[in-house]
Design a protein around this ligand. Structure first.
Ligand SMILES: [Cu+2]
Length: 438
């Protein structure tokens, strides 16, 4: 597993585009919102809508228009360049300039129309995963509809009688692995009890992309890039939670692996699946939830303890990224590594990415005499400045050295610190990562 060392991963992350949203996504975010939170999780939006929207960090929401009493969405399937790490951009396929696609949020009982346009070079369709809708709307090529050819449009329309966390995706295996997936959340007619103050969504994906390559190998069984909402840590935008609040986290998986997602410092209960809300009598405390392929898992917890608490897949190789891209011919060695060599590698990486070089954590004087050394030594690199955004404000120095792969954090913040970050997010020119607030 030379190719997946943390060294890289750290190195990986620093440079460029923290703000990897595509132009079209940004444009989307600038448009007026079609949906308003009932109450802003961040306290600066007027209470106007029927429900608290889910937020998908690093992804936008899909707006809709009303035609009579039908909510009309426009989805475009198309090739997408997605920056998954500062030095790594992949040629994925997604929707509306985004991979994963933008989040669709409706309310139970809504009549929904999705005008779909295929700008892919091949035929496709849209499947509504978990929704109980007429067979003609099911989106399976040849079975329930003719494939939607390149350049063609297809209109899906159905009434959503369920509540819960669903998703839309192409019903073609390779296209799924190219990234063609997005959230479809149906908020309940009546609020779930207990109510939550924050509602966040994460889509889990894995990618096989060779060094100096941008196209995911959809036939590969070995994955070297792991993402939440289309980015690897520490590019993942931290989730914010006011201390004492109740947080919902919806996690959705459409890939080749099952992911045990673990939360630090708190216990949660599983309140729902891809089939909707689970009765409270089935809830029991846990802190790791296995999110299998094609599943959604919804968990809720009281944000009791202040701090920056990890949320991550616990498979060890999913807590890393590929290091191959940066090191190339200077691939890190698992043996025969010395402090001097590691430092010079780090320094040249720092120059090329560029990021501010930070010395790794201390090693023992006779470390090289110990069989197995090094493991994680030399892998740590802080790149705080490169991934800086309002949500990272106030984190301890070199926090980014501890963040890799399928990982993010929930920052449980006392009132004053929470408000300070929200104020930064609202500064003119601040990146509008969270659509709901733009
Ligand atoms: Cu995993």
């Amino acid at each position: 597993m030379n190719g997946r060392r943390r060294f890289f991963q750290d190195a990986a992350i620093f440079s460029a585009g923290l703000f990897g949203l595509s132009k079209s996504l940004q444009a989307q975010e600038e448009k007026p919102m079609s949906m308003r939170p009932r109450e802003s999780p961040h306290g600066h939006m007027p209470a106007a809508g029927p429900y608290l929207p889910m937020m998908t960090p690093d992804l936008a929401d899909l707006r809709h228009e009303m035609e009579g009493n039908v909510k009309v969405f426009h989805l475009v399937g198309e090739p997408v360049k997605r920056k998954i790490a500062p030095f790594k951009t992949v040629d994925a396929w997604g929707y509306n300039g985004s991979c994963p696609g933008p989040t669709i949020q409706v309310q139970q009982g809504d009549r929904v129309r999705v005008v779909f346009e295929n700008r892919l070079p091949e035929s496709t369709s849209l499947h509504w995963h978990g929704l109980e809708i007429p067979i003609e709307q099911d989106g399976v090529p040849y079975i329930s509809q003719k494939p939607v050819g390149p350049g063609e449009k297809y209109v899906y329309e159905f009434t959503v009688h369920q509540e819960g966390t669903f998703f839309y995706h192409a019903h073609s295996a390779m296209q799924e692995m190219m990234g063609q997936i997005g959230f479809f959340v149906a908020h309940p007619e009546k609020d779930y009890k207990p109510r939550v103050d924050h509602d966040y969504g994460l889509i889990l994906q894995e990618w096989a992309v060779l060094p100096s390559n941008t196209i995911p190998n959809t036939a590969a069984m070995e994955f070297n890039w792991l993402t939440f909402n289309g980015v690897s840590a520490p590019m993942t935008t931290p989730l914010l939670a006011r201390m004492g609040s109740r947080v919902r986290l919806r996690i959705l998986n459409l890939g080749m692996d099952h992911h045990p997602v673990h939360l630090h410092g708190h216990q949660f209960v599983m309140t729902g699946t891809e089939g909707g809300r689970a009765p409270e009598s089935t809830w029991y405390p846990m802190n790791t939830v296995l999110v299998g392929v094609a599943q959604a898992r919804v968990v809720e917890f009281e944000a009791k303890y202040p701090g920056a608490w990890m949320i991550h897949c616990h498979l060890p190789h999913h807590m890393m990224n590929s290091m191959m891209d940066l090191l190339r011919d200077r691939q890190i060695q698992t043996a025969d590594q010395t402090d001097m060599k590691a430092l010079s590698q780090m320094e040249s990486l720092a120059r090329s990415v560029p990021f501010q070089h930070v010395h790794h954590a201390p090693i023992a004087q006779d470390a090289e005499k110990v069989p197995g050394f090094p493991q994680d030594a030399f892998m740590e690199m802080g790149m705080d400045e490169v991934v800086e955004k309002p949500e990272t404000y106030g984190l301890p120095k070199n926090w980014s050295a501890g963040m890799m792969g399928m990982m993010t954090m929930v920052r449980v913040l006392p009132e004053k610190e929470y408000d300070a970050i929200i104020a930064r997010k609202n500064l003119p020119g601040a990146p509008a990562e969270h659509h709901h607030e733009s």
